[in-house]
Ligand binder design. Structure first.
Ligand code: FEO
Length: 395
């Protein structure tokens, strides 16, 4: 794949990682692969914004070589120290050892602790600029979006925001722009990315976006460090981020359960019938088989969570327990939740689920529902009514 000129004299020189299927130590399933986007700005001075994951360093370097010899790079901007963006720096810096590296103070510390190299480093803060010639780059610190070192780089002349992880998606494609790919799949991946990585940081994200908008900087293109570049309608992803950051939801329910001998699953399906007959959008997942990254993505805009498990050793089953730990870490706000499940000789799962849902920040307004062994006909009706009552609460 050749470098792609995204603006006159500005090139995508990143890498498409078609086959990666897990990320962040297997916490994120990258079912559509991903990209590591790096951008080369050729002006009187030459700047590279971000690199790629270390195993792809040669691919980055070869792509740069199609435009300029790497030794001509004057500046390397490190928007974020995480290794999927900085991993190729040691190999690259060997080819341009005099290049000055720019990043936040936390970036400086992080790069050193990852690579133990003494590169010429200039620490930058929000509002600092770097003149390249016709173009000037402005740096905007973005701490905790999503690491303490994170920052954005903005090019006013091109109205281009190089946002690193923010606005990204784990989406591999041989195309580079939002108007070249299927929009539903793209937005699904952007939503999954936000939900699984940025959800707990909503307050910081909405403040940062509002601060950037207040700076009055026009943005015609948002080029993140993963996935597709937003050029058709960059406002769409910015608006979506603002909504997600403010925990905007719709009357939608995600049912997630784990079942031992299918009784809890039967309950889940009956509850789903109640929701469906109430006209509520709902999704249902057996977490033992489901892609939990996708499930978390579905939960982002859902007002209600219904979580079920059979009882095992007086507690919930281990897959749902692991999933709830993940959900707790994401700290969802302004959600209603309830628990359900079957048991044999003693219960326990529903109470454990309620406890962790409360710790996650969800509001429990309805008592849980439990059935001994297999639901009988009256319990089947109760499960159906449980779905209808939950729907009423959301409407
Ligand atoms: Fe894509 Fe935080 O790294």
């Amino acid at each position: 794949m050749k470098p792609m000129e995204i603006k006159k004299g500005i090139y995508w020189v990143g890498v498409v990682d078609w086959n990666v299927r897990s990320f962040h130590g297997h916490t994120y399933n990258t079912s559509r692969g991903t990209t590591y986007n790096a951008y080369l700005i050729v002006d009187d001075k030459i700047a590279l914004v971000d690199t790629v994951y270390g195993p792809f360093a040669n691919e980055l370097i070869n792509r740069i070589k199609e435009i300029i010899p790497p030794e001509k790079i004057d500046y390397v901007i490190s928007n974020h120290v995480e290794t999927d963006h900085s991993g190729a720096m040691p190999a690259l810096m060997k080819l341009c050892p005099k290049a000055r590296v720019f990043g936040t103070a936390k970036c400086k510390e992080g790069l050193y602790r990852n690579y133990y190299e003494n590169w010429d480093f200039q620490t930058v803060k929000t509002g600092d600029t770097l003149k390249l010639g016709k173009r000037t780059l402005t740096f905007v610190e973005a701490p905790m979006i999503h690491w303490p070192d994170s920052m954005f780089t903005y090019c006013r002349e091109e109205e281009l925001l190089l946002s690193n992880d923010a606005f990204g998606q784990h989406y591999a494609s041989n195309f580079r722009f939002d108007d070249e790919v299927e929009v539903c799949g793209l937005m699904d991946e952007a939503k999954k990315y936000y939900a699984n990585i940025l959800w707990p940081l909503g307050a910081l994200i909405s403040k940062k976006i509002e601060d950037v908008l207040k700076m009055g900087i026009p943005i015609k293109m948002v080029a993140p460090a993963h996935g597709i570049i937003w050029r058709k309608d960059p406002g769409k992803i910015i608006k979506s981020y603002l909504g997600w950051a403010k925990n905007e939801t719709k009357p939608k329910v995600v049912i997630v359960y784990e079942t031992m001998w299918k009784s809890t699953e039967k309950m889940a399906r009956l509850i789903m019938e109640g929701l469906t007959d109430s006209g509520i959008e709902a999704k249902l997942y057996d977490i033992a088989d489901a892609d939990r990254t996708l499930v978390i993505g579905e939960m982002l805009d859902a007002k209600g969570f219904l979580i079920g498990s059979s009882t095992h050793d007086n507690d919930m089953l281990p897959n749902i327990a692991g999933f709830l730990e993940l959900l707790k870490g994401l700290r969802p706000k302004s959600r209603f939740a309830a628990a359900f499940g079957s048991y044999g000789w003693a219960g326990g799962a529903a109470a454990s689920i309620e406890k962790i849902l409360k710790e996650a920040g969800a509001e429990i307004k309805m008592p849980s529902i439990s059935c001994k062994f297999v639901p009988d006909s009256s319990e089947e009706i109760k499960c159906y009514e449980f779905g209808k009552d939950f729907a009423k609460m959301l409407q």
